[in-house]
Design a protein around this ligand. Structure first.
Ligand code: ATP
Length: 581
């Protein structure tokens, strides 16, 4: 195993070093007893030969039984401790991976395969648990068994010992020859497994699409292909293992056969007494099991090695968006003054910028609509404001403070954001609405629901606010989902509210009413209303018109409809659509 991987393993075990050390020491004690007991048996056999009295023999038998019981108890303790470390590390790693994933920006997940991430956080972590439990136990056991047993065997009879272990170098060479192959095959299996997990995850999420386009057969074929690849990878691995393991087991048993054959002759020639021969047989028997297990130990190592790399690949991804090392505290109360200065942003690999030197100022309490054709950069702008994108310093300011200098949690507490896709968790409507403020009371939840114009519909559900939505419950309509997501954002009571086409599934009149609800009252929020719904946008205090990443027009609806330009044509098109409806 490469040094860097050993270092990684050591770092996983370090927090549990006391438990691991106790486990290993217990294992050492087991092996010391395992070496001592055959010596007692040897003496017993020799005493029998010399016809020592029965009471002395009984005492020896009782001592052996007592020591064997102690050995059994210590062995059990060592197993509990060492396997326990494996489980602890499994827990820590799952925790670390999940916490690390939460620090990464949304773009990481758009560019990753979710099935593969799940596989790494579960199956790969499981492989490391096995490596740190079974493989460490088995390796330490083998090292102790050899380290303590061989010297004693050599003191009993050098020739017989060397004859019996003559096959062991062959076993070590075999292990060395096959280890690279096993690791590559294991890596292949993990990757193919990720492909299968990925396809299941994607297909289950996009099941409606598959049915609408009647693509069941194609998806079945794709799954069969991935499954076949996994099957073949598993089969190749199994072939290698099924060749190697029995050969190792057979060679280990061969050592016992050699001892029996050669020992027999040595006793006949008077070179060895029966007691020594029995002890040697017991010692070789002690070595057969750990040696035969070598194959499984190697597999656990190979799996673990591959999995360490796959897990570290996630843990080494550095979040691009993080707190400034020396963050400036946001002055409170936050007023909601938003400024963009030459804000530009290009998605990785894109030639044309999605935002191209955008400039604007939005005053506290102002409602500003952002309109523009598809792909104009509106959502990119919405994502830039709460720093969901890695924007340049000095390009966006909240209350005059550069948002890249602020603590992320402070910035995001000040900005409530409803994205285009309204995601709801598989829990009750109540829990969904109070997601950002888990201690909100019933009055606060209902006020937010009323403002979002969803209260009436919630009260019509049999379980009302206790209705479970999503995978485990009822399915809400697109408009209901959007208004529930809006209620969630309103409950946070942030001074800035960004709605990114968040009412697209709600009819124009309701969208206009909701916007009116949000923009009246004494404590007005700063509202950035991104929308294709021109009649709702027209009610905003001011409108920014975007095209190809730039703000091309700015003004009130009354001003913009008079001005020749993009807004006028968008408005005319909207009027025409209204007439046709
Ligand atoms: N994750 C992404 N990776 C690469 N390019 C992207 C990504 N998201 C958006 N773009 C590109 O950036 C440009 C602006 O997209 P954006 O989603 O901001 O437009 P939009 O005005 O919100 O469009 P719509 O009205 O359809 O929501 C488009 O050319 C789009 O293809």
């Amino acid at each position: 195993m490469a040094y860097s991987r050993i270092q990684k393993l050591a770092s996983y075990i370090r927090p549990h070093w006391k438990q691991s050390t106790t486990g290993i020491v217990a294992l050492l004690a087991v092996n010391a007893l395992g070496v001592y007991i055959p010596l007692l048996i040897r003496n017993g056999v020799n005493d029998l030969e010399n016809a020592i009295d029965l009471s002395q023999i009984t005492g020896q038998v009782l001592l052996i039984l007592g020591l064997a019981s102690v050995m059994w108890v210590i062995r059990m303790i060592s197993r509990i401790l060492i396997f326990g470390v494996g489980r602890q590390v499994e827990f820590d790693l799952k925790q670390n991976i999940f916490e690390h994933l939460l620090t990464l920006e949304p773009s990481y997940f758009s560019n990753s395969r979710i099935g593969d991430l799940i596989n790494r956080a579960t199956s790969d972590v499981d492989n490391i648990r096995r490596l740190l439990g079974f493989a460490i136990l088995s390796l330490a056991n083998t090292v102790f068994a050899y380290g303590l047993t061989l010297p004693v065997m050599l003191t009993i009879n050098v020739k017989l010992t060397l004859f019996s272990i003559s096959v062991y170098p062959v076993m070590l060479i075999l292990v060395q020859v096959f280890s690279d192959k096993l690791r590559d095959q294991q890596m292949e299996v993990q990757e193919k497994l990720s492909n299968v997990s990925d396809l299941i995850q994607e297909d289950m999420s996009g099941i409606s699409l598959i049915k609408i386009y009647a693509q069941e057969e194609n998806e079945q074929r794709a799954f069969e292909r991935y499954n076949q690849e996994l099957f073949s990878a598993n089969l190749s691995l199994a072939k290698t293992r099924n060749f190697l393991f029995p050969v190792l087991g057979g060679l280990a048993s061969l050592s016992l056969l050699i001892l029996l054959a050669v020992g027999d002759r040595s006793i006949a020639q008077g070179e060895l007494n029966v007691g020594d021969f029995v002890a040697l047989v017991l010692y070789i028997d002690r070595l057969v099991f750990p040696t035969a297990l070598l194959g499984f130990t190697i597999t656990s190592y190979q799996r673990g090695e591959v999995s360490i790399d796959r897990i570290e690949a996630i843990l080494n991804v550095q979040p691009k968006i993080h707190d400034h090392p020396d963050p400036i505290p946001l002055s409170t109360p936050v007023r909601g003054w938003l400024t963009a200065r030459d804000l530009s942003y290009s998605y990785p690999g894109d030639q044309t910028p999605a935002l191209d030197r955008v400039n604007f100022t939005i005053k506290p309490g102002e409602t500003v609509a952002i309109v523009g054709p598809i792909g104009a950069g509106k959502s990119t702008l919405a994502n830039a404001l709460p720093r969901l994108l890695d924007i340049d310093i000095d390009s966006v300011f909240l209350d005059g403070q550069d948002i890249t200098q602020l603590r992320l949690s402070q910035l995001r507490n000040a900005i409530a954001y409803v994205p285009q896709e309204s995601f709801l968790f598989s829990t009750t409507i109540r829990e969904n609405i109070r997601y950002g403020n888990p201690i909100a009371d019933a009055y606060q939840i209902e006020t937010a629901a009323k403002l979002a114009q969803i209260q009436g519909e919630i009260l019509n559900f049999p379980q009302q606010y206790d209705t479970i939505v999503g995978e485990r419950g009822i399915t809400l309509s697109g408009g209901q989902r959007q208004r529930t997501a809006l209620a969630r954002a309103l409950l946070v009571d942030a001074p800035v509210l960004i709605l990114d086409d968040a009412l697209s599934s709600v009819d124009n009149q309701t969208a206009t009413d909701i916007l009116q609800n949000l923009t009246t009252g004494t404590q007005r929020k700063t509202v950035v209303f991104i929308s294709h719904q021109m009649s709702a946008a027209a009610k905003a205090d001011r409108i920014l018109v975007m095209d190809r990443g730039r703000i091309v027009q700015e003004g009130t609806h009354a001003e913009l409809v008079q001005e020749k330009g993009l807004y006028q044509s968008l408005w005319n098109q909207h009027q025409l659509e209204e007439l046709l409806i």
